[in-house]
Design a protein around this ligand. Structure first.
Ligand code: ATP
Length: 462
């Protein structure tokens, strides 16, 4: 049985995956904190991405750039002038909407309204009688553009003039940190084009309509790759990365039937892009963007070259040609992948004996705890169980549990996705043999303690 959004939010809180932020003060709208299990799952998602995109990919290297950057970066990238959403309010009930999202919801994603001018958005809304979803009236304000960047000041500010001078923005994407370090990374890593730079980090957007739990939040993490290639080869690389991303999702265990690739139509493309695809997941409210993959031509590096006055072109050592590399950008949010992983792995199953079990069929690499260690009877087996716990926790995230009967302990671990439970009983005291139980098959196996660490090695890797 699948889970709906309301149940998932309750489940996440109950198990310690996600709590409401600042809860004891009544919360802060759409701010969420990740609890003991949530932080593990989040870290494992980032580790899996890094392993696949940096460690195992022959083209890519990593970077960790600062959140605060010179504000000229955001002027050059177009974010100061243009990073805005079309805001529209219902005059009857004052509910606020993103005009493009009203259209997207109304047409079930057939039209997204992305990059449409205001007049076209308004005309579409009135022509199609898209009434306010809250009160049913067709009575909207004009569209206003609302810049999504969080603005703050750096250093000591004692007069309004220096406040303006000292303005800094919280980055709304990690990508620009990569573009401005393109030369340094290329030179110091002695990379030849094609190569890519990967980054994982926080981004901030003052979203007009955050919501759907952690799907759209104002503070989130992105995992981004900027892949630099020779002009003319970008669409081949675009296809390469689309497949690479999709394979990654499948390997994480996301059900392929719940994924779809949506190519942006010509009028929806940003003016500099010659190809954009969203990998969408079937969330309970319909398909939604999980991963955006865009062929961005030489737009970003050219903007930074023109604006900074620094040369950002590349000389090809093979034929001495000089060009500004084209860029393919796959960008995914950690929180959206977190949500996707939970929706796709949660299940409520009825067992042969009629009992119900709640189980998270997580890819073992993603599981918050890899192994649970149980003494069968607290009184007799705790000491040995603690020894086994110490042995395994040096290698794997392991949890020790001696409360309640063994059946209940299994259920608790199933519900949080722990792939293996190790039970210590008389057999262990006499012969150093433990029972290992598999979360998905519930089959049990006897394994020698001396072989345990190796036994798990392949099973828990990615
Ligand atoms: P949307 O159309 O949903 O606002 P976008 O097209 O603006 O998203 P991008 O700028 O392409 O998103 O960002 C790349 C990825 O970052 C998205 O695919 C998504 O996974 C993630 N992301 C973007 N905005 C948010 C947000 N407010 N909360 C959580 N994740 C986000």
């Amino acid at each position: 049985m699948k889970i709906n959004m309301e149940q998932l939010v309750a489940y996440c809180k109950q198990q310690g995956f996600v709590y409401q932020g600042s809860e004891i003060y009544g919360g802060l709208a759409n701010a969420w904190d990740f609890g003991p299990l949530g932080v593990e799952l989040k870290n494992n998602i980032k580790k899996a991405w890094w392993k696949r995109f940096v460690q195992e990919n022959p083209y890519n290297v990593g970077l960790d750039s600062a959140i605060l950057m010179n504000k000229e970066v955001w002027v050059a990238s177009g974010h100061v002038g243009g990073f805005s959403d079309p805001l529209i309010d219902c005059k009857s009930c004052n509910t606020r909407y993103r005009a493009d999202k009203l259209i997207e919801d109304f047409t079930n994603g057939k039209e997204t309204g992305d990059n449409w001018p205001n007049e076209k958005l308004v005309k579409f809304i009135y022509d199609n009688n898209i009434v306010c979803p809250n009160c049913g009236k067709l009575n909207y304000t004009d569209i206003r553009k609302f810049n999504l960047m969080f603005k703050t000041t750096q250093g000591v500010i004692d007069d309004p003039a220096s406040a303006e001078k000292n303005t800094v923005y919280l980055r709304p994407e990690t990508a620009q940190g990569i573009f401005v370090q393109f030369k340094n990374v290329q030179r110091t890593s002695r990379r030849k084009v094609p190569f890519g730079i990967c980054q994982v980090g926080k981004s901030f957007r003052n979203e007009i309509t955050p919501g759907n739990f952690i799907f759209r939040v104002r503070e989130f993490e992105q995992m981004e790759l900027e892949f630099f290639c020779k002009p003319g080869t970008e669409l081949d690389w675009f296809n390469y990365w689309r497949k690479y991303c999709l394979d990654f999702l499948k390997d994480l265990g996301i059900n392929e039937a719940d994924l779809q690739l949506r190519d942006h139509a010509k009028e929806e493309l940003a003016f500099y892009s010659n190809g954009t695809t969203d990998i969408e997941y079937r969330f309970p409210w319909g398909f939604g963007e999980l991963w955006g993959i865009a062929s961005r031509t030489d737009y970003d590096l050219t903007q930074h070259q023109n604006h900074s006055g620094e040369k950002l072109d590349y000389v090809d050592p093979d034929d001495n040609s000089r060009y500004i590399p084209y860029v393919v950008e796959p960008s995914v949010g950690v929180e959206r992948l977190f949500l996707t992983v939970l929706f796709s792995s949660y299940d409520k199953e009825t067992l042969e004996n009629g009992e119900e079990r709640e189980v998270l069929h997580l890819n073992p690499f993603l599981a918050p705890y890899k192994i649970a260690v149980f003494p069968l009877m607290k009184k007799f087996h705790s000491e040995k169980a603690m020894e086994v716990y110490k042995l395994l926790s040096k290698e794997y995230m392991t949890i020790y549990d001696d409360a309640a009967n063994i059946g209940k302990r299994y259920r608790r671990m199933d519900a949080i996705g722990t792939p293996y439970c190790v039970t210590i009983d008389e057999n262990t005291l006499n012969e150093d043999i433990v029972t290992v139980r598999n979360r998905d098959t519930m089959a049990q196996e006897n394994i020698k303690i001396s072989e345990l660490v190796e036994y798990f090695r392949d099973k828990l890797s990615f």
